[in-house]
Every structure is written in structure tokens, then in C-alpha cells.
Design a protein around this ligand. Sequence first.
Ligand code: ZN
Ligand code: ZN
Length: 267
Amino acid sequence: MSLSFCSLASGSSGNCQYVESETTRLLVDAGMSGKYIKNSLETINVKVETINGILLTHEHADHISGLGVLMRKFKLPLYVTEKTWEAVKLKIGEIDETLLNIYDKIDEIVIGDITVRGTRITHDAVDPLCYTFKNNDSKVGIATDLGAISDDVINEFKDCDLLMIESNHDIEMLKIGPYPLYLKRRILSEHGHLSNEDAGYIAKEIIKHGMAKNILLAHLSKENNFPDLAYETVRGILEMDQIIIGKDINLDLTYRDKVGKLYRIVK
Ligand SMILES: [Zn+2]
Ligand SMILES: [Zn+2]
């Protein structure tokens, strides 16, 4: 029994993640064009028509811009909370309502042989969630657009084998960078995004529990971060705690405009 994970894209220009068990294939967010998502899946030998469901973290454009096309063209089912659906439905065009699975809240739902759990976060959206996916003993977590670090997130994610965690910005780059003041304040607030330091802190807390073998840095800002800077900042924080990259854990990046590595967790 196993889970596989692949980031098809991650960043403020678009987000789409792929999670697979032996019998079930899911997407988290559809924030790239339908064509990009279809082609990206083909690079890992997955046909878009075989996706069993799409989950959404929240309604911002970088998470839903390809959703309408995927639902219309390939008849992909959507699993969504009521509030998020209310915020999404006017933005994606006409869709076949039989594809909708609407929940009051997604505390725990089962899709095929994958158990999905949603955890509430404080990003500035109507009902933002991050997710874990479990198949027998294998567990994958996806936590982006977080705003703030919470005990709920640490508790839910601490036994993940693979964790994709937001490492959006370098705080100094953001402060001296080109963004207007209101946007800088928003990003730095608990309704915005996590910094590289925050990502390092969460990674350290989760690795302490001994399960995580893969930490993937996600949703990197184009303007306020560099991939090497994010990687080295998180590596520095982990190594201060004697966590050795390549030996204790694997630390990797995800990308704004290309498919990342395909990970298989086999237990
Ligand atoms: Zn986002
Ligand atoms: Zn967002």
C-alpha cells in the first residue's frame, strides 16, 4: 500500500498538487490552465480523465483558475465546503452540478481508498483549509497559504511521511521590495503567507516527531524570495537542531511553472 505525491505547480501564479494511491487519484487546487494540468499529469503518466476528485484549499484565483475547464471538459468531481463553493461558483462558469460534493466542513472524508482531512487556517479567504491524505500507514500533508502557524496544523501534520509546506517569502526581501505597504502588511499578517523562517520552524517541529522523511518547500514568491534562499534558510534552521539534510530527511523545492519530483511513499 502506498501514496504518491507530485507538485504540478506551486506559487502565486498557480497551484495544483497531485496525490495518488493504488486506486485513487486526487488533485488539490486547479490554479493553472486546464491544458497545463493535463500536460503536467501526462509527464507522470496520468490521464486527466482518470482523476477521481479535486479538492480546494480556498477560492483565490491562483488556486481555481483552471477548475471550470477541468470540470466541464473532463467531468472531474469537486469536493468543496459550502462557503468556498459560494465564493467559487460565480468565477468558474457553468458546470454540471452532479459533479459537486458539498460539505458543511471537511473534517474527514473518504474518497476511494484515501482518507482526506481538512484543517482550518487563517489565510484571508472565506473558508481556507490545508489537507492531509492517508492510505493505511502512509500520510501526505499539503499546507500552503497558511497565514500563521497553529497548534492544529502541527498536530495534524506531525505524523506525515511527506509534508509540502509554504515557504513564501524572505522577510527582509519583502520589507525592502516593490510591493505597496498594504500588501506587505497583508502578507506578513496572520491572514497572509508564511516566511522561510516559519517554514523552517514548522519543518523542525514536525521532524521532531520522527515520521517525516520528505519536506517540500512551496508557494515561493517570485518577487520576495529566491529558491536557493528558501532552501538554505530552512536547511540552516534544521541543521541548528542537528537535523542533517540527505541523511535524516530529504529537503526539496516545488516550482512555480514546472512539475516537481514524483515521490512514492511505500511502507
Ligand atoms: Zn495562493
Ligand atoms: Zn490565497
